[in-house]
Design a protein around this ligand. Structure first.
Ligand SMILES: *[C@@H]1O[C@H](CO)[C@@H](O)[C@H](O)[C@H]1NC(C)=O
Ligand SMILES: *[C@@H]1O[C@H](CO)[C@@H](O)[C@H](O)[C@H]1NC(C)=O
Ligand SMILES: *[C@@H]1O[C@H](CO)[C@@H](O)[C@H](O)[C@H]1NC(C)=O
Ligand SMILES: *[C@@H]1O[C@H](CO)[C@@H](O)[C@H](O)[C@H]1NC(C)=O
Length: 237
C-alpha cells in the first residue's frame, strides 16, 4: 500500500507539471482550433451559381502590432457567419471575393484555367485587412501562385489540412475544401477529384489494413498448424 502511495505522490505532480507545461507552451502561438466550414457561392449574370467553394479558412499572418510595437504572428479563423462572398466568372478566370467583419478583412482568390492542359488552379490571392491592433492596414498579394489544382469538369476536393503560402507574411490554412470555379451544372459540384494528400492518406490506410489482415492470417495459420500438431500428437499415443 505504501509503495502505491509513494508512487502516486511522485507521479501525480509530474503528470500535472507536464500538462501545465503543455498548456503554457501553447500560449505564445494562439491556436484558434479548426475553422468552421463556409459555403461560398458566386452567381453569374443569369443568377446561376458559377463558382462554388466549401471550405474552412484560417489566416496565418504576421503584422506590426500597435500595442506591442513589434511584429506579431496571428492565426485567425474566418467566420462564415460574418463573411460575404461575391466575385465573377469568366471563360478563363473566376474570382471569389470574401469580405469578413464589416469589410475589415477582404480575401480574394483568382482561379485561372489552362485550356491546353484542361486544368485550373488558384493563380492569385490577395488579402487586405484592417484589424484593431494593426499599426497600419495589412496588404498582401501574389499573382504567381499554383494552388488547388483541379481538372476542368471536376470539382477539387481536399479533406486534409493544406497550407497555401502567399507571401512570407501570409499563409492560408484550408480545411475540408471542395471548390469548383468552372463548368458548374445546375448549381451543383461535379464529380470530385481528391487531392494527393487525401490519396496518400487512403494509401496509408490500405497498407496498414492489409498489414493487419496479413498478421491476422499468419496468427490464424500458426494457431491451426499448432492445433493440428498437438492433435496428431495425441493420436500417436
Ligand atoms: C504560422 O506561420 C508560422 C511561420 O511561418 C509557422 O511557424 C506556424 O507554425 C504557422 N501556424 C499555423 C497554425 O499554421
Ligand atoms: C498550360 O499547360 C501547358 C501544358 O501543360 C503548359 O505547357 C503551359 O505552359 C500552360 N500555360 C500556362 C499559361 O500556364
Ligand atoms: C474591403 O473592401 C471594401 C469594399 O471594396 C472596402 O470598402 C474596404 O475598405 C476594404 N477593406 C480593407 C481592409 O481594405
Ligand atoms: C509568390 O509565390 C511564388 C510561388 O509560390 C513564390 O515563389 C514567390 O516568392 C511569391 N512572391 C512573394 C512576393 O512572396
Amino acid at each position: 500500500m505504501t509503495h502505491i502511495g509513494n508512487a502516486l505522490t511522485f507521479t501525480l505532480p509530474l503528470i500535472l507539471a507536464v500538462a501545465l507545461h503543455q498548456i503554457l507552451a501553447g500560449c505564445p502561438h494562439k491556436n484558434p482550433g479548426k475553422p468552421v466550414m463556409g459555403r461560398y457561392q458566386v452567381n453569374d449574370t443569369r443568377g446561376c451559381a458559377c463558382l462554388l467553394a466549401n471550405m474552412g479558412l484560417q489566416l496565418n499572418i504576421s503584422f506590426s502590432s500597435a500595442s506591442l510595437n513589434k511584429t506579431v504572428q496571428d492565426v485567425v479563423n474566418l467566420d462564415p457567419n460574418v463573411t460575404m462572398s461575391s466575385g465573377s466568372c469568366g471563360a478563363d478566370n473566376a474570382i471569389l471575393r470574401l469580405s469578413a467583419n464589416d469589410n475589415k478583412t477582404n480575401l480574394t482568390f483568382t482561379f485561372t484555367v489552362n485550356t491546353t492542359s484542361n486544368k485550373y488552379h488558384v493563380s492569385e490571392i490577395s488579402l487586405s485587412a484592417a484589424w484593431p491592433d494593426m499599426k497600419e492596414p495589412f496588404s498582401a498579394h501574389n499573382a504567381t501562385l499554383n494552388h488547388l489544382c483541379g481538372t476542368v469538369g471536376y470539382s477539387y476536393m481536399c479533406r486534409k489540412e493544406q497550407t497555401l503560402s502567399v507571401v512570407p507574411e501570409l499563409a492560408i490554412n484550408t480545411f475540408e475544401v471542395q471548390v469548383q470555379p468552372f463548368n458548374l451544372t445546375q448549381d451543383q459540384f461535379a464529380t470530385a477529384e481528391e487531392c494527393q494528400l487525401d490519396k496518400d492518406d487512403m494509401l496509408i490506410a490500405i497498407v496498414v489494413g492489409a498489414a493487419l489482415a496479413g498478421l491476422v492470417v499468419i496468427v490464424l495459420v500458426a494457431y491451426l498448424i499448432g492445433r493440428r500438431k498437438s492433435h496428431s500428437g495425441y493420436q500417436t499415443i
